[in-house]
Write a protein that binds this ligand. Structure first.
Ligand SMILES: [Zn+2]
Length: 292
């Protein structure tokens, strides 16, 4: 009887967690309150937001935004063809194609396809982009396994070049450096490059998500401990992210019309996302410890 009661108790606790777990912990960073659900909602928006074209625009230098309202995709234009970072969902590939065309570029000029991390909302469309462009698909070694499991319509996930932490990708005078920032996925990759504007050179960071899971294993905790240090050490004038909300794109894009200084130059907020996610990571670990 006791065993039965205990088992029943566990079953009830488990289903309660799955269905309507409390939205905790909450953390306050620079005056703003965040919870796991509010961060997820901020990142993903509605299903419609995930597939609706956001006005494509120049970010800085040869970098353009070609993604949807809540899923980032960037086009890096060079004289020898272009680089696409993040194909997002496969159903978004026509949206990205349209954004590239709206900016006056050719989708077929994409020579290299990069990704931030092996989750469907960022890299499910890789096979479709590869089919349409023949682009070389570059992947961080630690994400290969997870990426291979993403097979929309049963299509094999293309992987043409496997890279490691610190490796570079060069095309037409632009070089991107891959920084392993593991945790959200094992091969989560922040990409850095330099962009020129008005005779000056700026450091651009395409951050990978540093959002931790609800249950943090010791191995993943170790990855995040290293990652938060790596992220904060990256040279940065222009912080970007795999979800637009991570770098407050809406707010910055609205300022473009004003014709003032480039709103994407935002060195003061380069570590903001790391601050939010590290606070959440530490609070989640503390909560986990308390419940053991
Ligand atoms: Zn993700």
């Amino acid at each position: 009887m006791r065993i039965l009661c205990t088992a029943l108790g566990v079953a009830i606790a488990v289903s309660a967690f799955a269905q309507g777990a409390p939205d905790t912990p909450s953390v306050t960073v620079r005056g703003q309150v965040y919870t796991p659900r509010s961060i997820l909602a901020r990142n993903m928006g509605t299903e419609q937001d995930q597939t609706t074209q956001f006005p494509p625009h120049k970010v800085i230098g040869n970098i353009y935004y070609v993604g949807t309202k809540t899923l980032s995709s960037f086009l890096i234009v060079t004289p020898q063809g272009n680089i696409l970072l993040n194909s997002t969902y496969e159903r978004n590939v026509p949206v990205i194609q349209k954004s590239v065309a709206d900016l006056g570029f050719k989708f077929s000029d994409i020579r290299i396809l990069l990704g931030n991390h092996a989750h469907g909302d960022h890299q499910e469309g890789d096979a479709a982009v590869k089919q349409l462009t023949g682009a070389q698909v570059v992947t961080m070694a630690e994400d290969v396994e997870t990426l291979k499991a993403i097979k929309p319509g049963g299509k094999e996930h293309p992987i043409d070049r496997i890279i490691h932490d610190g490796d570079t990708v060069t095309l037409g005078g632009t070089t991107l450096t891959a920084h392993l920032t593991a945790g959200h996925t094992p091969g989560c990759t922040a990409w850095t490059m330099k962009a020129q504007e008005a005779g000056k050179t700026y450091d651009v960071v395409f951050h990978c998500s540093v959002r931790s899971p609800g249950m943090i294993s010791p191995a993943v905790a170790q990855q995040f401990e290293r990652t938060f240090k790596v992220v904060r050490a990256l040279p940065c004038d222009v912080p970007l992210g795999d979800h637009p909300a991570q770098y407050r794109m809406l707010e910055k894009h609205a300022k473009l019309a004003g014709g003032g200084p480039n709103p994407f130059l935002d060195a003061a907020n380069c570590d903001l996302e790391a601050d939010i996610q590290e606070a959440m990571f530490r609070a989640t670990l503390a909560q986990q410890k308390g419940s053991n």
